[in-house]
Design a protein around this ligand. Structure first.
Ligand SMILES: O=P(O)(O)OC[C@H]1O[C@](O)(COP(=O)(O)O)[C@@H](O)[C@@H]1O
Length: 332
């Protein structure tokens, strides 16, 4: 194995942004056109192509599915300049080329293209099932909330740590029937709720961004999205716990193949995304963290974030794309 210090080269930050920009530009062409599969397909294809020019030997560990169900960016696929040639930094990659396919199809807020990168073995190999998630922002005592504690207890402890009342807290969760009980209990405790239609990567990340007003994220969503959110929180700060929600024996067997020995294990942030981690995302539609792609005939403007756990640096990048000089970015 190569020297781990070169695994996540800081110069890769802008390379990652190019990858998420490509996916976002392609997906944005499908905004509001009512076809979530076309939007997703365009993002996947553009992201896959963009990876061909990134100076890594990458392995997709969180991707579009198994090799037999996804033609591109499937779990185990090798990507990057050195993938075939050999050499280069060996890294693991987590992708969600379009986080918020339905949002994009409807022209709603908060869809984005995301990528995370870690040293080999850095990411939890999460099967494509649900994960129960609990997240709070930075600057709080370790273990202030716990996935095994009750909703009421978590709200009480969080309010105490923030020196506020429970009525000041905002809980973010996906608007799903399965969350009715959590919603009922949060409301009964006096907390306020922010329901999002989709896109729990940005829902979780919102706890680390004071501007969003979100204090805590609760509820279940995709496990792959949980790992991506964990990668982002490792960089931007915050606490998160996740528990895989296996629904049947088949899923447990699949989990075992992927290295999950205890189906009830509660994963910490570090267990989901450990070591030196980078996270990049480009907005497809506008949300609290990122502006969506803005098209203007001969070009487009993209807004991206890229961050790294080792340095804690968070960069926002505005890309001005000229379709006359870069026709590949113009994907109709
Ligand atoms: O819609 P479900 O089944 O509740 O799944 C929740 C998951 O779907 C999303 O809302 C959006 O996923 P897509 O991008 O695949 O549409 C994720 O952010 C979330 O983790």
């Amino acid at each position: 194995m190569a020297d781990s210090s070169v695994h996540v080269d800081r110069n890769l930050a802008l390379e990652l942004v190019r990858v998420t920009e490509a996916a976002a530009l392609a997906a944005s062409r499908w905004m509001g056109r009512g076809d979530k599969n076309a939007a997703d397909g365009a993002a996947v294809e553009a992201m896959r192509k963009a990876f061909d020019t990134v100076a890594i030997s990458g392995t997709v560990v969180i991707g579009e599915g198994e090799m037999d169900e996804a033609p591109m960016l499937y779990i185990g696929e090798k990507v990057g300049i050195y993938a075939k040639a050999g050499g280069g930094p060996e890294v693991d990659i987590a992708v969600d080329p379009l986080e918020g396919t339905t949002i994009t199809a409807k022209g709603g807020p908060n869809a984005m293209a995301c990528v995370a990168l870690a040293q080999k073995g850095g990411f939890l190999h999460a099967p494509d099932i649900y994960m129960d998630k609990l997240a709070v922002g930075p600057g709080l005592p370790a273990g202030v909330v716990n996935i095994d504690a009750s909703v009421e207890e978590n709200l009480r402890e969080l309010a105490k740590a923030k020196q506020r009342s429970v009525t000041d807290l905002v809980v973010c969760l996906l608007d799903r029937d399965r969350h009715k009980e959590i919603v009922k209990r949060c409301r009964a405790a006096g907390a306020r709720i922010m329901m999002i239609p989709d896109g729990d990567v940005s829902g979780v990340v919102a706890v680390s961004q004071p501007d969003t007003g979100v204090d805590i994220y609760m509820g279940s969503g995709g496990a792959p999205e949980g790992v991506l959110a964990a990668a982002a929180l490792r960089c931007i700060g915050g606490q998160m716990q996740g528990r895989l929600l296996f629904e049947n024996e088949e899923q447990i067997a699949r989990g075992k193949e992927m290295g999950v020995t205890d189906p009830n294990h509660v994963y910490t942030l570090e267990e989901m995304a450990k070591g030196d981690v980078m996270f990049a995302a480009t907005g497809v539609t506008t949300g609290p963290m990122l502006r969506g792609v803005r098209h203007f005939g001969s070009g487009a403007v993209t807004h991206s974030i890229v961050m790294r756990s080792k340095s804690g640096t968070v960069r926002y990048v505005e890309g001005h794309h000229n379709f006359a000089l870069k026709p590949s970015a113009f994907v109709a």
